[in-house]
Design a protein around this ligand. Structure first.
Ligand code: FMN
Length: 220
């Protein structure tokens, strides 16, 4: 069982829902999961966990600033653990190429190259938008999804895909910790070998000195 940190920020709540689903799936697999909203707190000690997942929606072609700032400030601590980035966007509705571009921008901006990346379609939350945003999304939806009823929201997230991503991350985490255990065992074996060489060398030297002394004394 590993302790896993899930960090995210959200505007309309869809990324929070995905963070919760990742958390519950990892929890079912026996992991101890902590979920933190970076809009509420950035006082998070990444190094206290065994693994970390960071998530953000795309908003005006960028990830939310609190996520980018957190990644910038904690890049080394995040990269030291098995890690993943998950992204929500509408670009994911049209394929991975455009959605992946936002992740590439994040890597360029922060220097963080996530071990695993999850790209998920988000939602159109008409009921939460102000009037200009609602009208803009209605216009865009009219020529794309056709989902123009502004009295309701539309959710495009593939929940099975989210659960699969969590399971694959758990498998990756297991592999990473096995590799770490093997590495530690290898280091231990090296230390035992060094200790044995020193011991044998020490004994040989002591024997040699004792033998020389005995030979000198008997010559007298
Ligand atoms: C103001 C606004 C701007 C957005 N800009 C983009 C964008 O540039 N690219 C994109 O693919 N999705 C864009 N989206 C869609 C969001 O990524 C999507 O709605 C996501 O589910 C929002 O997640 P949240 O509910 O966690 O905030 C935008 C949404 C809003 C409301």
């Amino acid at each position: 069982m590993a302790s896993v940190l899930v960090l995210y920020a959200t505007h309309e709540g869809q990324t929070a829902k995905v963070a919760e689903r990742l958390s519950s799936t990892l929890d079912e697999l026996g992991h101890d999961v902590a979920v933190r909203d970076l809009s509420q707190t950035t006082d998070v000690a990444v190094g206290e966990y065994d693994a970390v997942l960071v998530g953000s929606p795309v908003n005006n072609r960028k990830h939310l600033p609190e996520v980018v700032a957190f990644v910038e400030e904690n890049r080394e601590a995040i990269a030291a653990l098995p890690n993943a980035f998950f992204q929500l966007s509408l670009a994911s509705l049209w394929g991975e190429r455009e959605a992946n571009r936002f992740v590439a921008n994040l890597t360029e901006e922060t220097g963080w190259q996530p071990d695993r990346v999850g790209l998920f379609a988000g939602a159109v939350a008409y009921t939460q938008y102000d009037l200009p945003t609602r009208l803009l999304f209605k216009l865009v939806s009219a020529v794309t999804t056709g989902d123009t009823d502004t009295s309701r929201d539309y959710e495009y997230t593939d929940w099975e895909g989210v659960e699969t991503f969590a399971r694959e991350f758990a498998a990756f985490l297991a592999e990473a910790s096995e590799a770490r255990t093997a590495e530690a065992a290898g280091r231990n074996r090296t230390w035992v070998a060094v200790a044995l060489v020193l011991l044998v060398g020490g004994l040989a030297a002591a024997y040699w000195f004792a033998f020389r002394r005995l030979a000198r004394e008997s010559a007298w």
